[in-house]
Design a protein around this ligand. Sequence first.
Ligand SMILES: [Zn+2]
Length: 405
Amino acid sequence: MPRKAKDLDERVRRKLRKGEVEALVKKLVSLESHCDVPTREKEVAEFLKNFLEDEGVNARLRKVERGRPNVIATVKGTTGAGRSLMLNGHTDTVPAYTMDIKPFSPRVTGGRLYGRGALDMKGGLGAMAMALVAVHRARVDLQSDLVLAAVVGEELRSEGTEDIVVRGPKTDSAIVGEPTGLEIHASHRGLEWLQVHISGRAAHGGQASRGVNAIAMAARFISAVDDELMPRLARRKSRSTLPPTLNIGAISGGQQPSSVADRCVVTIDRRWIPEESLDTVFQDFYDIFDSVKRDHPEFRAKLKRDMTNMKTMTHVPNVVERSHPLVKALQASVAQETGRRAKTTTFWGWTDAALLTHFAKTPAVVFGPGGSGAHSRTEYVRTSDLSICTRVYAATALRTCKTDA
Ligand SMILES: [Zn+2]
């Protein structure tokens, strides 16, 4: 790496004070921002905006839904000659549910910061905000914009990132700071929630043969999925993501023991690979319906998309080529800050990165700190990863947005 670039990295690194990012993440965790608090993400968004403004970083709130703003902060580029970069992180978390730790009184012990959202993903979000602060403090002249988009609602319908896709800002590439344990995740599967509505014919339990039991039909449908569809999915491989999956997540039907159930609904989580399409996903189920019908002509089923986890944009797979300049820049930054080669691989979950890559045409990859217990009873983020992530985000910005100095 040229000396000048190294000096700049050093200049930015020197602007980060020990314990600073940790303190910021603790503060973010202490501000509840899940769907059970009436103010939702508002408090954390306002805090983040004020924090950035106090540091002299240009930051504003932009309403997504009533009382639910995204934070958009920018370190402006001078000429636009580099590639603009967005750091994207969600401000919401899942509720505390029944945690084994105090969810909103963050505690640091043994190199771990504990609390709801510490890992998913106020850790990554805090590191992203600190990266902007460090670049700003160092008075580095970036050629292209470095943007922070702190978005609402990722845990539910991704309405925050949808708003960014529709209204901008538009950047050349983006990093989503979900926890990856310092691995670069350049791809992941799409996610579709489906409902299979099975209808039967009601009858008295004492004359059950006069009816068609929707629950029994659902059992046949599930058996056919296991026997026919699962092996078919197991044969499908992706060159860029994990194999496709199907999970039957919930079932409900019937009224009471003495009635033949006339309806039953099965809900399904289907993770689909880039080599499949949504049509393939639907067709697989129509094939299963036909197969069940051959043995049970009275079988009636309808397939419906369950839109509760999306606003308007389909949760498509995310694929960014490993040769993409952003992936290369992240790899170089990770090697520089950790002394180790970064693992470049695929993510098991679904993230907002897919919306940016597919709908905004902004290639987005996932990179964030490590820890354990996202959405579970004991959640923590590794504090050393917070500092590393801050430096990696900043170094990647210098590489990507290019510098004049
Ligand atoms: Zn998350």
